[in-house]
Design a protein around this ligand. Structure first.
Ligand SMILES: NC(=O)C1=CN([C@@H]2O[C@H](COP(=O)(O)OP(=O)(O)OC[C@H]3O[C@@H](n4cnc5c(N)ncnc54)[C@H](O)[C@@H]3O)[C@@H](O)[C@H]2O)C=CC1
Ligand SMILES: CC(=O)C(=O)O
Ligand SMILES: [Mg+2]
Length: 381
């Protein structure tokens, strides 16, 4: 098998996503053009970009070679760039020495972890790549998308025909606007609050971080209000709300349950809960993951929206946003090879989850009771 070394041309590949209702694609034509300009070859499965609005002709014009099927890409590419975690049939095609760059979410997923370990491949997870000054730069764009979508889907759910209270976000002259409460003022929460305020709603953001609340007040003081997320303040806010957006995150942990089933009885009938934190288990006791095909359900007269892959609804915007964030890392990995790229950049190194049969991300080891080695040990640093 060919072993890549620094400075060589790399064969980069991308495949059609096969997770149900996933229309994003790992490489945009712009990313292809950038990689080709750096001297690399790019292999794109025919049709891979169609769901995101990119034709095979767009990829060919950017310099990609089209592959007739996914098997060809898996067999030939030295690095495969995707969006979602590899599905079982994809994992079976991963091979020793191959580099996989995508979302993995391994901690709760033992079968995937075992398959990646068995494959002998090197796997770098988008969601654990870090940034100078904190934050998760390859998760942030999808949080921005989900945050901006939350009031959009929530306002749809508020319509009478969908089980909601029949309240218009911005009201009309002489009638008050909807009250929107956002719990968690991070990336998702800030974007949700901005859009809800832009729709004319009366918006309050709750958070437990005073520095974050100070920042939000300084920057958005005229657009929405802030409040400290004590249990009492949270309860008072939700019982008066037409819409509540759940946007909390405690990194690496299950989301705390901030609205109980009993609380629903005290809320306005037909109010809407949008639980964006559902991918971490959800922050409302009555949340269970839903799909774009069947996004809402009702409990005790309260409408719940709990779609776990909200960005998939706007696959084109999401693909472009994700591509902007991943492109510099794709180019660094291709130009330098993963070893040198991870030696040079501790933030990219934080994305290393699996290498040659060894798990390399501590939180995955803790979650699954397996021993891990550090990326630094793998790289001899
Ligand atoms: N459903 C979907 O399609 C998507 C879901 N997400 C999820 O949305 C969630 C939020 O993500 P980000 O905004 O990027 O995280 P973030 O880390 O930027 O923000 C989380 C905020 O929650 C606050 N917080 C933590 N505990 C709290 C509590 N008990 N009460 C009030 N505030 C609390 C933190 O202080 C922080 O400001 C995550 O679970 C993320 O995985 C992100 C993208 C897509
Ligand atoms: C973050 C993630 O898993 C997604 O965008 O699908
Ligand atoms: Mg997800």
């Amino acid at each position: 098998m060919k072993v890549y070394s620094e400075g060589e041309e790399m064969l980069i590949g991308t495949v059609t996503e096969i997770k149900p209702q996933e229309f994003r694609v790992g490489l945009t034509p712009h990313a292809v053009a950038e990689a080709v300009a750096h001297g690399h070859e790019v292999l794109v499965q025919a049709g891979a970009g169609v769901g995101a609005g990119f034709s095979d002709e767009d990829y060919a014009a950017a310099g990609a070679r089209l592959a007739p099927d996914a098997a060809t890409v898996w067999a030939e590419a030295e690095m495969v760039v995707k969006v979602k975690e590899p599905q079982a049939g994809e994992r079976a095609q991963l091979r020793e020495g191959q580099l996989l760059f995508t979302y993995l979410h391994l901690a709760p997923d033992a079968p995937q972890t075992n398959d990646l370990l068995k494959s002998g491949a090197t796997c770098i997870a988008y969601e654990t790549v870090t940034a100078l000054g904190g934050g998760l730069p390859l998760l942030a764009p999808m949080s921005e998308v989900a945050g901006r979508l939350a009031p959009q889907v929530g306002s749809w759910a508020l319509q009478k025909a969908n089980g909601g209270r029949g309240v218009l976000m911005g009201g009309v002259p002489g009638v008050l606007p909807a009250k929107v409460v956002v719990i968690g003022g991070g990336v998702v929460g800030t974007q949700a609050a901005k859009v809800a305020a832009g729709m004319g709603a009366d918006v309050t953001v709750l958070d437990r971080s005073l520095p974050r609340l100070r920042y939000l007040d300084d920057v958005f003081g005229g657009q929405f209000k802030t409040a400290y997320a004590s249990a009492a303040e949270t309860k008072a806010a939700i019982v008066a709300a037409d819409m509540v957006v759940g946007a909390v995150l405690i990194p690496g942990a299950a989301a705390p349950k901030l609205v109980s089933r009993a609380d629903l009885a005290d809320m306005r009938p037909g109010a809407v809960l949008v639980d964006v934190a559902i991918d971490q288990g959800g922050c409302f006791e009555t949340s269970k993951a839903t799909t774009h095909q069947d996004p809402i359900y009702e409990v005790d007269g309260i409408v719940h929206y709990c779609v776990a892959n909200m960005p998939g609804a706007v696959a084109r915007t999401s693909t472009l946003a994700l591509g902007n964030a991943t492109m510099p890392f794709v180019i660094a990995l291709a130009n330098k090879g993963w070893r040198q790229a991870c030696i040079d950049d501790a933030h990219l190194r934080a994305g290393l989850n699996v290498h040659a049969g060894q798990p390399t991300y501590a939180a995955v080891g803790v979650a699954q009771g397996i021993e891990t080695v550090t990326p630094e040990a793998i790289l001899g640093l």
